[in-house]
Design a binder for this molecule. Sequence first.
Ligand SMILES: [Zn+2]
Length: 106
Amino acid sequence: MENTKRHKPADIRFDDRLVIQWKDGVTHRIPYLPLRDACPCAACVDELSGQKTLDPATIPPDIHLKRADYVGNYALRLHWSDGHGTGLYTFRSLRQLGEQTGQMEN
Ligand SMILES: [Zn+2]
């Protein structure tokens, strides 16, 4: 119960980063490179072993978001400038990424 607000976005937008305002009042600005690098889809992570198969060196340095779609009430589907768009990022994983790589914003 006390974790619900931490994992629910109140607002999502993107400029040079993905900006997520969480319902607990925290806002994270997550840079695109680590976000793209963390793509959890079957093309980027081996489903059986859980091993990452995406080579970060193949990510274009100017990678940016084209679109972000809500999936149910638990995830975002991110569409990237490199044409990749199969990754479902759960709010839980985005919150974790935000805490690891994101800047806080007031
Ligand atoms: Zn992927």
